[in-house]
Each structure stands twice: as structure tokens, then as C-alpha cells.
Design a protein around this ligand. Structure first.
Ligand code: TMP
Length: 196
């Protein structure tokens, strides 16, 4: 089972991904929590670059990082029957690099050729105005955290929501978001049990 947590910056993805892994762990599932960009040389290059790269260069690095993550971490864990929880996955590439003017549909196709499709996508959705206030109160903004840019990113995330996506209002207090996530997981696990 592969679960992806997606959304614009500042929506609480990391906290919620950890919460999901803990919750499923308590239910007896063997869980692996991964984040993208990952710890590959490409992922580190992305994180350590102070100003933004050209969109094509950025896309290439995110793709190389993902190819490695799929091969080294995601597929082996799935093969061992583990639940993989992703703190960002390829919908982030569709949305973030798509918002820089690259062809979002092409990015989706490229990714679905190299990466397994998630069974469940939890899209933490919030207005960029709300998240930017949150991020500013925590410290400095990164080059990705720009209002007009995040508005475009959010729109693409919402445009790409499909029958595997559950959209959650992440502007609510964290405890309420966790409650919503818990309900979704319980519903999803029951659904899986019935369909197995
Ligand atoms: P993080 O804030 O989740 O650590 O991710 C760092 C930034 O990388 C974040 O602003 C979103 C961006 N990003 C992309 O632009 N494309 C991608 O494919 C991924 C995974 C992240």
C-alpha cells in the first residue's frame, strides 16, 4: 500500500505523514516513511541551492532523485509488503514544476512510467495566504514560497485530484486535520479489506 501526502508548503505534510505512519504502526502495519526530495545527491543538490534553477534543470533533479528513491526504497518496501507513506511524491513535481510553465500532463506521464501510482493521495489544501503567514512566523521563506507561485501550484494540485485523492482543509487547527486524516484512513482500510 502506497500513501502520498501532498500539498503546498506549510500545510503540515511532514507532521501528518508522521502521524499516518504512527497510526498505521499502532494498527499493526509495517510502515516506512519517506520524504521527497530525498537524500540522494540530487535531492541534496536541490535542498542546498539558494536561488532557483531553470525549470528544466529543476525537473531533471527531482526526476533523478525520484528514480533513485523508487529503486532503492519504495519498490523494495512494497515488495516486502510494507506500507509506504510518502511526504511528497510525484504530484509535487506535476504541480510545482508545472507551475513554472512546464507541461504538467507530460510530467505526470513521465512519472507514471517510472514510479508506482499511490493507492491513496491525501491532499492537504490551504490558501497560500494562510500558509505563508504560518511559514513566516517560523522563519525565512525559501525561493519556492512565493504567493503567486503557490497559488498556481495549489490550482494544479486541485486539478490533478482524482478518485484516489482525498482533499483535506489544512487551514484548520492541526488536531482537527489529524481527526479528518484518521477518519479517511479508517474508511480506506475498511474499503481495502472489503476489496481484498
Ligand atoms: P519540502 O519543503 O517538502 O522539504 O520540499 C522542498 C521544496 O521542493 C518544496 O518547496 C516543494 C519543492 N518540490 C518541487 O518543486 N518538486 C518536487 O517534485 C518535490 C518533491 C518538491
Amino acid at each position: 500500500m502506497l500513501i502520498a501526502v501532498e500539498g503546498i508548503d506549510g500545510t503540515g505534510k511532514t507532521t501528518i505523514s508522521k502521524y499516518i505512519a504512527e497510526f498505521l504502526g499502532k494498527k499493526g502495519f509495517d510502515c516506512v516513511l519517506l520524504r521527497e526530495p530525498g537524500d540522494s545527491v540530487y535531492g541534496n543538490r536541490i535542498r542546498n541551492t539558494k536561488q532557483r534553477l531553470k525549470p528544466e534543470e529543476e525537473l531533471e533533479l527531482f526526476m533523478l532523485d525520484r528514480v533513485e528513491d523508487v529503486k532503492k526504497n519504495i519498490l523494495p518496501a512494497l515488495k516486502e509488503g510494507k506500507v509506504v507513506v510518502m511526504d511528497r511524491y510525484y504530484y509535487s513535481t506535476i504541480a510545482y514544476q508545472g507551475a513554472r510553465g512546464l507541461d504538467a500532463e507530460k510530467i505526470r506521464r513521465l512519472n507514471e512510467e517510472i514510479a508506482p501510482k499511490p493507492d491513496l493521495i491525501i491532499l492537504l489544501d490551504a490558501d497560500p495566504e494562510v500558509v505563508l503567514k504560518r511559514i513566516k512566523s517560523r522563519g525565512n521563506l525559501t525561493p519556492f514560497e512565493d504567493f503567486e507561485y503557490l497559488k498556481k501550484v495549489r490550482k494544479i494540485f486541485l486539478d490533478y485530484a482524482d478518485d484516489r485523492t482525498v482533499i483535506i482543509d489544512a487551514s484548520k487547527p492541526l488536531d482537527e486535520v489529524k481527526e479528518d486524516v484518521k477518519k479517511i484512513l479508517c474508511k480506506f482500510l475498511n474499503f481495502k479489506k472489503d476489496s481484498d
